[in-house]
Design a protein around this ligand. Structure first.
Ligand SMILES: Cc1cc2nc3c(=O)[nH]c(=O)nc-3n(C[C@H](O)[C@H](O)[C@H](O)COP(=O)(O)O)c2cc1C
Length: 201
């Protein structure tokens, strides 16, 4: 079967892409607005793109009506800072609550029932319960297009790494302790509990 993207609607393209690029890691992005309102939202168009300097990216899509910027993007533009909190299995439901489309005045830490803790180098708060957190400074914003739901790539340099006690040894992160979840197509998620090793040639 061959599918040409120009024949598909935005919705069909979205379904196809999120079912194909799996599992996607989830950035639970925390930010703060210029007015001091805390914001928290999941983004699975997320990955690491450079180790030195350490750079991660995520991509909010444009909102089809009104201001195209999701609250996260607006806050990142206003402050130049954000935190990526890693979502473990026990945090999955709290993460999902923060995907609700709520007004910019809503504190999504309260909505999720998680604890906000101050970061060390950026103004954005972190999720205390998250097993790992990356404090980031905005590097670049790259719009992918001007269609109603086009993605807007946000690149940030990691300026501080945080881990729960005992999770990292010799800079090796214990995947079992991290217990990260991934996003699949539709409403599905995956665990990272079943793993295997391969020796590189
Ligand atoms: C697991 C998960 C992953 C998501 N990934 C994305 C994404 O990569 N890009 C996006 O625009 N929205 C994504 N969403 C939807 C946003 O989280 C949702 O639009 C949210 O309300 C945005 O919040 P904000 O306006 O506070 O930034 C995702 C939702 C879930 C549950």
């Amino acid at each position: 079967m061959i599918i040409c993207p120009e024949e598909l609607s935005a919705r069909e393209l979205y379904k196809l892409l999120i079912g194909t690029v799996v599992p996607r890691p989830i950035a639970w992005v925390s930010t703060i607005s210029r007015d001091g309102v805390r914001n928290l939202a999941p983004y699975s168009f997320f990955n690491a793109v450079s180790a030195d300097p350490p750079v991660v990216c995520f991509a909010p899509s444009r909102k089809p009506a009104g201001d195209p910027r999701k609250d996260t993007l607006r806050n990142v533009e206003e402050t130049g800072e954000f935190v990526v909190n890693i979502v473990s299995v026990v945090l999955a439901e709290a993460m999902n609550r923060t995907a609700a489309e709520v007004g910019p005045e809503v504190d999504e830490f309260e909505l999720a029932g998680v604890t906000a803790v101050a970061a060390t180098r950026v103004s954005a708060p972190m999720v205390a319960e998250a097993p790992a957190k990356l404090e980031c400074r905005l590097k670049q914003i790259l719009p992918m297009g001007d269609r109603p739901t086009s993605g807007i790539l946000v690149l940030g340099e990691v300026v501080c790494f945080h881990y729960a006690e005992g999770m990292v040894e010799e800079y090796r992160v214990d995947a079992g302790k991290l217990d990260a979840v991934g996003r699949m197509g539709g409403m599905s998620y995956s665990c990272t509990r079943e793993r295997f090793d391969l020796i590189r040639p």
